[in-house]
Design a protein around this ligand. Structure first.
Ligand code: ADP
Ligand code: MG
Length: 256
C-alpha cells in the first residue's frame, strides 16, 4: 500500500480532479484504490458519483473516533475504486480536533485498515490546517498539483515548511514524491514558461505527463463521473490514463 496525500493550499489547482481521475484510471488498470476525501466541500465524494445525503458516516466520524474504518469505506460505481467520503460535517472536525489528544495522527492510526489497497489518495482541502496535517501524517508521499500560471510556485515554500515540520515531529518517512502540472494551455507563452521553470527546478519529481486544460474535465464532476467514463476519448482522459501509468511505475513497481 502506498498512501498519497494530494495537497496544495491553493484552491482550484486540480487536487480533486487528480484524485478522482487517477483513482478511476488506476482502478481500470486493475489496481485497488481508495479515495479519502479530506475536504469538507466533498468534491471528490460527489465527483465519484456518491450522493452526500446517502452518506451516514464519513471522515468526520472516523477522525473523531465515532466510527470504524469498515463503517466508512464504501464501494463506488467505478472498477477498483472505493471511497471514504466527506460531507460538510467535516468542517466541524477542524475545530473539534483542536481539542483532542493526538489530533494530528487521527487518520494515520487507521493505516492498517487501508493495507489491502494498492494506492490510497487523500484529497486535501485548500489550507494547511489539521485535516491536511492528518493526511500528511498518514501519507508515504506527497503529490502536489501545480496550475500552469504565474503564481504556480507561490505557496510551495509554505507547503514545504509544513512538510518539514511533519517530518521532524510526526512522520519522518514522508517524501515529496511528485509534482504534476495541470490545466496546461499550450497556446499561451506563460503556461509554457511556467512548465519550463518547474521542469528546471523539480525535474527529478515532476511527472512527465502534463494535464491539459480540457473542458470535458470540468464538466465530468457535475455528472458524478470520472473522465475515463464520461468521455474516454478526450485529451483529459488520455492524460490521466498516462499519469496513472507513471504512478504505477513510480510508486508501485519501484517500491524498495
Ligand atoms: P482543487 O481540488 O485543487 O480545488 P479542482 O480539481 O476542484 O481543484 O479543480 C478546480 C476546477 O477546475 C474544477 O471546476 C475542475 O473541474 C476544473 N478543472 C480541473 N482540472 C482541469 C483541467 N485540466 N481542465 C479544465 N478544467 C479543470
Ligand atoms: Mg478540491
Amino acid at each position: 500500500m502506498k498512501a498519497v496525500a494530494v495537497a496544495n493550499q491553493k484552491g482550484g489547482v486540480g487536487k480533486t480532479t487528480c484524485c478522482v481521475n487517477l483513482a478511476a484510471e488506476l482502478g481500470r488498470k486493475g489496481k485497488k484504490v481508495l479515495v479519502i476525501d479530506m475536504d469538507p466541500q466533498g468534491n471528490s465524494t460527489s465527483g465519484l458519483g456518491i450522493d452526500a445525503k446517502a452518506v451516514k458516516k464519513n471522515v468526520y466520524h472516523l477522525v473523531l473516533d465515532k466510527a470504524k474504518p469498515k463503517d466508512v469505506i464504501i464501494p463506488t460505481e467505478w472498477e477498483g475504486v472505493w471511497a471514504l467520503p466527506a460531507t460538510l460535517d467535516l468542517a466541524a472536525a477542524e475545530v473539534e480536533l483542536a481539542g483532542v489528544i493526538s489530533r494530528e495522527t487521527r487518520l494515520a492510526r487507521h493505516r492498517g485498515a487501508f493495507k489491502d489497497f494498492d494506492l490510497v489518495f487523500m484529497d486535501c482541502p485548500p489550507s494547511l490546517g489539521l485535516l491536511t496535517v492528518n493526511a500528511l501524517v498518514a501519507a508515504d508521499t506527497l503529490l502536489v498539483p501545480l496550475q500552469c500560471e504565474y503564481y504556480a510556485l507561490e505557496g510551495l515554500s509554505q507547503l514545504m515548511r509544513t512538510v518539514n515540520l511533519v517530518r521532524r515531529y510526526l512522520n519522518e518517512e514522508l517524501e515529496l514524491g511528485g509534482l504534476v502540472l495541470t490545466m496546461f494551455d499550450a497556446r499561451t507563452n506563460l503556461a509554457r514558461e511556467v512548465a519550463e521553470e518547474v521542469k528546471r527546478r523539480f525535474n527529478d519529481i515532476l511527472f512527465e505527463t502534463i494535464i491539459p486544460r480540457n473542458i470535458r474535465l470540468s464538466e465530468a464532476p457535475s455528472h458524478g463521473k470520472p473522465i475515463g467514463y464520461y468521455d474516454p476519448s478526450c485529451s483529459g482522459a488520455k492524460a490521466y490514463s498516462s499519469l496513472a501509468e507513471e504512478v504505477i511505475g513510480r510508486w508501485l513497481e519501484k517500491r524498495s
